[in-house]
Design a protein around this ligand. Structure first.
Ligand code: NAI
Length: 252
């Protein structure tokens, strides 16, 4: 049961098969939306799609590498062909990349992280914006991070990409909000998803906990509920914002 009403709407989630994206797909479905999942992990995505369909949601899964602009065009074509409209988009797919000091970061790792975490957000925005405008308006949420405002050693491409996502978000908000399309970013702290759990030794967990004054790490659902709020009419005057969901991380 959702506190958000998305009935009659179409919501697209990139990276919608796992972690935060999966929780967003579930919350849109619970609110009555038709859901488009774009992901590279077909096994996981099909499982999530089947679960949502079993609950009565209409789901379209499009195997999509968001770092490939041609694939993103196909994603939007297939979305409009199936559902005839798009109202919400969550540009969430992302990777962390290889951890290394900046001077040891390979050109290949740099491009890989920038392509998936930044260029892909641009590729998605340029296809989603006209689709949402022609559907009568809606909202886009881009997934940044606390690393969009501060830094951490060893992940320079990730930090650079997440800062840049906030710049793209603000520009899109300035250009399109008057036409009924709000664009916001969400900036999570440490959220216990597969992306983070694979590095979460006891030592790293203790260090991470010390960075979150609230005393615990976040859940994917904590981020999804903020995404849903930002898409909903409850956030009708919210645009161009970088919304923290970080247990107080940025207060330290
Ligand atoms: P996750 O690893 O659980 O999920 C990421 C999803 O994106 C996966 O389903 C994966 O298959 C998909 N994906 C990866 N590359 C893709 C590509 N090229 N094209 C399409 N799909 C692709 O990760 P999580 O934690 O849910 O992360 C989601 C977003 O949230 C990312 O942008 C991440 O940077 C951001 N974030 C996560 C935080 C955390 O602590 N988990 C904190 C701050 C931001």
């Amino acid at each position: 049961m959702s506190s958000f009403d998305f009935s009659g709407k179409v919501a697209l989630v990139t990276g919608g098969a796992s972690g935060i994206g999966r929780a967003c797909s579930e919350l849109f479905a619970a609110g009555g939306a038709r859901v488009v999942i774009a992901d590279v992990n077909t096994t996981l995505a099909k499982r999530v799609a089947a679960e949502l369909e079993a609950g009565g949601t209409e789901v379209l899964y499009v195997e999509t590498d968001v770092a490939d602009p041609a694939a993103v065009s196909v994603l939007l074509e297939r979305t409009l062909a199936r559902f005839g409209a798009l109202h919400y988009a969550v540009n969430n797919a992302g990777i962390e990349g290889v951890s290394s000091p900046l001077a040891q970061t390979s050109i290949e790792d740099w491009h890989r992280v920038i392509n998936i975490n930044l260029n892909a957000v641009f590729y998605c925005l340029r296809e989603e914006i006209p689709a949402i405008l022609q559907s009568g308006g809606g909202a886009i949420v881009n997934m940044s991070s606390v690393m969009g405002s501060v830094s951490a050693p060893g992940i320079s491409p990730y930090v650079a990409a997440k800062h840049a996502v906030l710049g793209l978000t603000k520009t899109a908000a300035q250009e399109y909000s008057a036409q009924g399309l709000r664009v916001n970013a969400v900036c999570p702290g440490f959220i216990e998803t597969p992306l983070v759990l694979k590095h979460l030794t006891e030592e790293v967990r203790a260090q991470a906990l010390a960075m979150h004054p609230i005393g615990h790490l976040g859940r994917a659902e904590d981020v999804a509920s903020t995404v849903a709020f930002l898409c909903s009419d409850h956030a009708a005057f919210v645009t161009g914002s970088a919304y923290g969901v970080d247990g107080g991380y940025l207060t330290i």
